[in-house]
Design a protein around this ligand. Structure first.
Ligand SMILES: Nc1ncnc2c1ncn2[C@@H]1O[C@H](COP(=O)(O)OP(=O)(O)OP(=O)(O)O)[C@@H](O)[C@H]1O
Length: 231
């Protein structure tokens, strides 16, 4: 299903004033494609991603997944949480893995949270770790993995249950150029293969050669929207 951001505005309280972090942004990300969101520090990238993933309510505007409104200014918390668990996979800037669990167990726990039947969980988790190139490291703990490998565990975990939307915050910030490029390529490939609408937030345009489209956000507003190149 396509992801639609319809006229999203997000205003934070800022002392006696307000700060408009996202200013009337509209964007459609077709299913199976990846859009990179570029922009300077403080431009609103993470804020927009948080709204797209239902982590922060927009002040105005709606997030739609397919035809249905997923997250709007008045969406109840419980409904937003359910939609997020069922339809959205999120990879945070730091992989946020649990130190005591193996790579496989990180995915299994997430699958349980998403309400998957236990009998199907191990097979799906094992297959996903294979898809991100970690089949041989499934039983390692985070401390026994490199930064890039941990990021790949987090990407596999976000894809448990085949969400319609995949949101990835700054996958390249902790990685060198080559590994960062590989992570972006991985996200682009998985989104295409699984028909997910993916958004990657990044500072580093030089890692984004594989994405379908790059958009730039400055002071909370979308500046450019390059044509979508069919994959
Ligand atoms: N919870 C918050 N309350 C108030 N203001 C916030 C909050 N979160 C972010 N901001 C402000 O909103 C603006 C956009 O922040 P955001 O984190 O979305 O930018 P960003 O483009 O992701 O930056 P970076 O690349 O540095 O991570 C900034 O001016 C920031 O200070």
């Amino acid at each position: 299903m396509d992801l639609h951001l319809d006229r999203i505005t997000l205003v934070y309280p800022d002392g006696d004033e307000t700060l408009t972090a996202v200013d009337d942004v509209s964007l459609t990300v077709p299913a199976g494609t990846t859009t990179a969101l570029l922009g300077p520090s403080g431009s609103g990238k993470s804020s927009l991603l948080a709204v797209a993933g239902g982590l922060t309510r927009p002040t105005s505007g709606d997030v739609r997944i397919g035809e249905d409104v997923a997250f709007g200014p008045h969406t109840p918390l419980r409904a937003a949480t359910r939609t997020r668990l069922e339809q959205v996979g999120i990879v945070f800037q730091a992989p946020q893995l649990l130190a005591s669990l193996t790579a496989l167990e990180q995915l299994e726990l997430h699958a349980h949270l998403r309400g998957r039947r236990p009998a199907t969980v191990r097979d799906e988790a094992t297959a996903l770790l294979g898809e991100v190139g970690l089949a041989d490291l499934a039983h390692r703990h985070p401390a026994q993995l490199s930064g890039g490998q941990r990021q790949r565990v987090a990407i596999a975990r976000a894809l448990v249950g085949s969400p319609d939307v995949l949101l990835v915050d700054e996958p390249t910030s902790a990685l060198d150029h080559e590994r960062g490029t590989q992570v972006v390529e991985l996200v682009t490939r998985l989104a295409r293969e699984r028909g997910a609408a993916a958004v990657i937030v990044s500072h580093d345009a030089s890692t984004l050669g594989s994405v379908d489209r790059t958009v730039r956000i400055v002071n909370g507003r979308l500046e450019t929207a390059e044509a979508l190149v069919p994959g």
